[in-house]
Ligand binder design. Structure first.
Ligand code: AMP
Length: 434
């Protein structure tokens, strides 16, 4: 089925064709007709499935049908967990609405509020926002929701994880009850279903992949290694396998900073991206990475959430995430839109229980690859080893010269595994003429 057959207007079809899309993704096939019908929708779709277009396209069609927002009013509100995701959704609104006469703006913390306030005063058809700053502005009476038609909770599971529930409840209490509400989440957890039952009316539920499944396009590999040799192994793999670029995940901001410094010392082009970095620093790092000026981007889960980086070939789990679902989000950064990708997990003895939790969640065995010269010597944690329970991410890791290693790597299946171990200017016209 093509985009016309989904019921989208010629202006929107033109915009997606401009972007090079030839056919709708499964989530778009399922969600677009429902949203066009005015239904509330609860959708389980991970980042990388085309979920943004699945709600942005039909919403823009609805908005364009009636005409542009009046001064001061907001017609659609999209709430996202992070600034980066808010920026990306706003960019998508601009792209998909490039042939329409509508306005969009984005509001998040960490940057001056005045330009955002000025943009809101003019009236916007689509407002993309993170909950904290939006609530701040709304409580000062600076946002008029009286004409709101559509609410989208994007990556709702992550907003709950990040503790935004009270902000979300307060924001929703300011919205008209008569509205269309869409909720997107990577998984349908109990909390998500409960949130949906509170705010969605007779929702249509759509799911494009079995819950918590990982994309088949991503080759997943786990490398058993001692916790203090992870940096060394990463450098070895970078050289051995000639990765062009990789997104590397660390569990903590401190860990991300430390690894960045170690990789800089080893001569790699890299930058960290995490919550302690200013919005400008994060955007600069992301732009440099997207532009190919950085080989490695070192991220924490929260900062990386929703990053849309086309054709990312390699994802590295330097530390395994403590929440297994984050693994699914992380590796969703690669293998997108038909491209293949690989996920490399560096697994110390302390990480072994986390790896088992991930394998249990995804119901899949992740093959272990033993890199010669990096065979682990750490012993697995025992229940009595309380000091070992915090995970290798907290242990210092230092760079050592790689021990002589053959280019040949031994592969073993899981069964035989020895894994011990912005300023926002005035509202932007979505039309490209703006
Ligand atoms: P999302 O899941 O919204 O983060 O989208 C993931 C990526 O898929 C983005 O780079 C989109 O531009 C891209 N995309 C969305 N819809 C399509 C489509 N129908 N065909 C090809 N790529 C798409």
């Amino acid at each position: 089925m093509n985009f016309e057959a989904l019921g989208l207007s010629p202006d929107l079809v033109k915009a997606v064709i401009d972007r090079g899309y030839t056919q709708p993704t499964p989530i778009q096939l399922k969600a677009v007709p429902l949203v066009l019908d005015g239904r509330d929708v609860l959708a389980a779709a991970q980042t990388g499935t085309g979920k943004t277009a699945a709600f942005v396209l039909p919403i823009l069609q609805r908005l364009a049908f009636v005409g542009a927002a009046r001064r001061g009013q907001v017609r659609t509100l999209v709430l996202t967990p992070t600034r980066e995701l808010a920026s990306q959704v706003h960019e998508s609104v601009m792209d998909y609405g490039s042939h329409l006469d509508l306005y969009s703006t984005v509001v998040f913390g960490g940057v001056k509020a005045e330009p955002q306030i000025a943009a809101l005063k003019q009236g916007v058809d689509t407002l993309v926002a993170t909950p904290g700053r939006l609530l701040d502005l709304a409580q000062q009476g600076l946002v008029d929701f009286s004409a709101l038609e559509v609410l989208v909770l994007d990556e709702a599971d992550r907003m709950l994880d990040m503790g935004f529930i009270h902000d979300i409840e307060r924001i929703i209490s300011l919205l008209p009850e008569n509205r269309q509400t869409l909720m997107f989440s990577a998984t349908f957890s109990t909390e998500i279903r409960s949130l949906a039952s509170q705010y969605l009316v007779d929702p249509a539920c759509v799911e494009v992949t079995p819950a918590n499944s990982t994309t088949a396009l991503v080759e997943q590999i786990a490398y058993p290694v001692d916790g203090d040799r992870k940096t060394e192994l990463l450098i070895h793999l970078l050289g051995e396998e000639q990765w062009s670029q990789a997104l590397v995940f660390c569990r903590t901001k401190h860990g991300a900073n430390r690894l960045t410094q170690e990789l800089l010392n080893a001569g790699f082009t890299t930058a960290p991206i995490h919550g302690n970095k200013s919005q400008n620093a994060r955007q600069r790092a992301l732009d440099a990475f997207k532009g190919g000026d950085l080989q490695l981007l070192i991220a924490t889960d929260i900062a990386a959430r929703g990053l849309d980086i086309d054709q990312l070939p390699e994802v590295v789990n330097f530390d395994l995430p403590s929440v297994p679902e984050d693994y699914v989000h992380r590796i969703g950064r690669t293998g997108r839109a038909g491209a293949t990708g690989r996920s490399h997990s560096l697994v110390s003895a302390n990480d072994a229980p986390l790896l088992q939790g991930i394998e249990h969640l995804i119901q899949q065995d992740i093959p272990r690859v033993h890199v010669p010269g990096f065979e682990p010597t750490d012993r697995p944690p025992s229940p009595d080893d309380t000091e070992l329970k915090s995970g290798a991410g907290d242990l210092p890791s230092k760079i050592r010269r790689p021990r002589p290693a053959s280019r040949q790597r031994k592969r073993s299946g899981n069964g035989s595994s020895q894994a011990r171990g912005n300023d926002v200017d005035s509202p932007k016209k979505t039309s490209s003429a703006a």
